[in-house]
Ligand binder design. Structure first.
Ligand code: PLP
Length: 354
């Protein structure tokens, strides 16, 4: 496809790749040689620049820093045995990005910038996709308001960028989770369904308190009664109860509609599990645990794919799980990984080849 947008490509003179060891690289710390940057001015997107990864210069008055009109996405690229590169479901992230943009009163980014620009950028830095098991290239598109003006109003100017970060396995140890009853992440009518920067800053204090109590993350509950479970940190959450898989539904707008969540739902259905998307009460989870039918609990997201939960604490009640005996979550993870690394048929056409 010929991109309608104007692209201007400036390559690095010397790649940093030979000085970087990509094995077991920590998440989000290292960036590739190039980045994408495009400005929105006078009601339109200007020339897309793909250029050496470098700092950006901003005025102290730039609106995003003050009022948080800022959104992002997280996507991964994988390499198969033959060395071909693929991006996992980027069109789903593209659609979600513009849903977030609308909620934050920001202009939509056109597909020929988001998708075609991403493909060009990843292609240019393709050698940065690690070959090691469970490694990938994390793609971070983001947009922020860039008016140099501290009046509270939507900006006229925006900047959209994409940066790339090679990454190893994310949370590789099973997590201990604290069911949150004081702080809230999202309310109906709020921005919980948007990947808006402020959602993450707003969650950090509660997460830090859970960490002080010895937990890795919080399980968010609804704002009114602290009964209905929402998400686990920045991951969607699944419960295997009896022969059913249950995950909270998206209808109240308090849950981020994960691309991994959707992929896990498809995979569970293919495994002939009965799947329910519906409100899930913590009392039902406790009841299932007491009666021995609560089998597995796991979080899903692009960064970690699937994270096992080995302990869930609600008030004084502690639920522990024997992760090493689980059947379903490991099977889902393995099926998704096989598709991602080109070892199984990609029936859903999730992999976009570069
Ligand atoms: C990004 C994110 C997820 C996971 O979404 P994926 O598309 O699967 O990566 C879940 N919850 C929150 C709050 C998120 O920000």
């Amino acid at each position: 496809m010929i991109a309608a947008a104007d692209f201007n490509i400036e390559k690095v003179e010397h790649s940093k790749l030979s000085q970087t060891n990509l094995e077991n690289i920590p998440f989000g710390k290292y960036f590739t040689d190039h980045m994408l940057e495009v400005n929105y001015e006078d009601g339109q997107w200007k020339t897309v620049e793909i250029k050496p990864y470098q700092p950006i210069m901003l005025a102290p008055s730039v609106a995003a820093i003050h009022y948080g009109q800022a959104i992002f996405e997280g996507i991964k690229a994988y390499k198969n045995k033959e060395g071909d590169a693929f991006i996992f479901r980027p069109h789903d992230n593209f659609r979600r990005f513009n849903v977030s943009a609308e909620r934050m009163q920001m202009p939509p980014v056109p597909e020929d910038i988001f998708i075609e620009g991403m493909k060009m950028l990843v292609n240019l830095d393709k050698n940065w996709i690690p070959d090691f098991e469970d490694h990938s290239l994390y793609i971070r598109p983001f947009m922020f308001s860039s008016d140099e003006m501290i009046g509270v109003r939507p900006s006229d100017n925006y900047k959209f960028m994409i940066i790339l970060s090679p990454t190893g396995p994310y949370y590789n140890t099973p997590m201990r989770i604290y069911v949150e009853e004081q702080y809230v992440r999202a309310v109906p009518g709020g921005v919980g369904y948007a990947k808006a920067a402020g959602n993450y800053g707003a969650a950090m204090h509660a997460t830090a308190e859970a960490k002080r109590k010895g937990y890795d993350q919080v399980l968010w509950t609804d704002a009114f009664e602290h009964r209905f479970v929402q998400e686990c940190g920045t991951m969607n959450v699944f419960f295997i109860i009896g022969n059913k898989a249950i995950t909270p539904d998206l209808s109240t707008g308090t849950i981020l509609s994960g691309v991994t969540r959707d992929s896990v739902i498809s995979t569970l259905k293919e495994m002939d599990l009965h799947l329910e998307e519906r409100p899930l009460d913590i009392e039902e989870i406790i009841h299932a645990h007491k009666s021995g039918t609560l089998k597995e609990v796991f979080g899903t997201g692009t960064a970690a794919t699937i994270s096992y939960i080995k302990e869930l604490r609600y008030k004084e009640y502690v639920m522990e799980f024997h992760v090493d005996q689980w059947k379903i979550a490991p099977e889902v993870k393995s099926r998704l990984n096989q598709i991602r690394y080109g070892q199984a048929e990609d029936k859903h056409c999730w992999m976009l080849k570069l």
